[in-house]
Design a protein around this ligand. Structure first.
Ligand code: ADP
Ligand code: ASP
Ligand code: MG
Length: 410
């Protein structure tokens, strides 16, 4: 069968790890499978390349940054092919333009539009193991673009979808999806099976273990998706359609530290103000998350919302530039905040989930700045310095209350 395997940066961080992964790949190949491998840049290479650019120019052009960053994945791909050859097996490395991974124009955060399958299929027919550089695409100008941080997962799922792979395995440095980041919450529990919707929420709310667009794409194209460790043979986590998954109250907790709060203070309390503010953001494709509106006693109101940290500067200058049109008194912001979220399909039917979270936060003296809830999640905005303490406290309380369990177990 055709299997797509993706190995993250930590799994290929040095020569020994590359040789270890090469052995895993050839073991799969030896069993008679066709294997397509997607790789990330080694270790912290992407961050190092970004730092190198910043050392020279803080305002480096996004096009040139993409040109630079894409070399990280390309190095990994070539090194892996070299390692597989050493093992005595046939392999070929390809970058996005060689494969034909067509992406949108936007540098730094492009989306995959379509993928040509001819080259990969031809190489598989020549009995090659095909190694593809993740995280990159080619735009309509023939330029290399990158697909957003963590997006090698998305390259892998997209390839699995277009090639009709039987399985897409994402190999990383943990052996599955946990009820919280196991690096921060030592008691976090491994989840054997999780629904696409819950995984998508967790990934979008900060659980960086899987790229959110990878989950979205796997759901849309019905890709069989498994997350597992490149260091052990443990079973990993299967991500699949929710209807077949028992609905637990809470699947997991996620923390997003890449977020900033913006408050627009003293706006007239009349229709159309929210539209004026948020249409500005929409035009710049800035995604807004938590929104809170407060009415002041003097007929004005304040609107507070959160944006990704990387969009804070643009958000503030957009608002300043439109100050006279919107007519606000002041702007304030805080980029030392974090969003803590609990996600679970069974949450809607249990109101205790939210109050347990609030109680846990109260017990550890964490102040809540904003709250938002939906059928499948509760998020609170808190100070960034409280985030690790808060996620541990809420996790502990949810364990005590069996909130990670299924309703019939309660
Ligand atoms: P890779 O380089 O393999 O893509 P990432 O660093 O992107 O790896 O993702 C793996 C990391 O995700 C883990 O080391 C872990 O700290 C973090 N993580 C965050 N949330 C979770 C979670 N719910 N379950 C497992 N890991 C998580
Ligand atoms: N190397 C890229 C990053 O660090 C892509 C990835 O690892 O998925 O974000
Ligand atoms: Mg990753």
């Amino acid at each position: 069968m055709l299997i797509v395997q993706k190995y993250g940066g930590s799994s290929v961080a040095n020569a020994d790890k590359i040789v270890n992964v090469a052995k895993r790949i050839t073991n799969t190949f030896k069993k008679g499978n066709k294997v397509v491998v997607v790789l990330s840049a080694q270790g912290d290479v992407t961050d190092e390349l970004l730092a190198k650019a910043a050392e020279i120019n803080h305002e480096a052009s996004k096009r040139e940054l993409d040109m630079l960053l894409s070399t990280g994945e390309q190095q990994s791909a070539a090194l892996m092919a070299i390692a597989i050859h050493k093992e005595g097996y046939p392999a070929i490395s390809l970058n996005a333009s060689q494969v034909g991974i067509h992406a949108t124009r936007k540098y730094g955060n492009a989306r995959i539009k379509n993928i040509e399958t001819e080259r990969i299929t031809a190489e598989l027919e020549r009995n090659n193991i095909v190694i593809v550089a993740g995280f990159q695409g080619v735009n309509r100008y023939g330029d290399i673009t990158t697909l957003g941080r963590g997006a090698s997962d998305t390259t892998a799922v997209a390839l699995a979808a277009v090639l009709g792979a039987a399985l897409c395995e994402i190999y990383t440095d943990v052996d599955g999806v946990y009820t919280a980041d196991p690096r921060i919450v030592k008691n976090a529990k491994k989840i054997d099976v999780i629904g696409f919707d819950e995984m998508l929420h967790l990934a979008s709310l900060g659980a960086c273990v899987l790229h959110n667009r990878a989950v979205e794409m796997a759901q849309r194209y019905r890709v069989k998706l498994v997350l597992r460790s490149s260091l052990s043979d443990a079973d990993g986590t299967l991500i699949k359609e929710e209807s077949k998954v028992e609905k637990v109250y809470v699947s997991g907790l996620a923390v997003d530290k890449d977020i900033a709060r913006v408050s627009v203070i003293g706006i007239f309390d009349r229709p159309g103000m929210a539209y004026q503010i948020f249409s500005l953001m929409a035009r710049e494709k800035i995604s807004i998350d938590l929104i809170l509106q407060a009415i002041n006693s003097n007929t004005t109101k304040d609107i507070t919302f959160t944006v990704p940290k990387s969009d804070l500067k643009t958000t503030l200058s957009l608002l300043e530039a439109n100050r006279s049109i919107i007519g606000f008194e002041a702007l304030s912001y805080d980029d030392k905040v974090a969003k803590l979220s609990a996600v679970g399909a069974g949450m809607a039917s249990n109101y205790g989930i939210a109050s347990t979270m609030f109680e846990a936060l109260y017990d550890c003296d964490v102040n809540i700045i904003m709250i938002t809830t939906s059928e499948i999640k509760i998020s609170v905005l808190i100070a960034e310095c409280d985030a690790d303490k808060a996620v541990n406290a809420v996790h502990e309380k949810y364990m005590q209350m069996s909130h990670f369990g299924t309703p019939n177990k309660l």
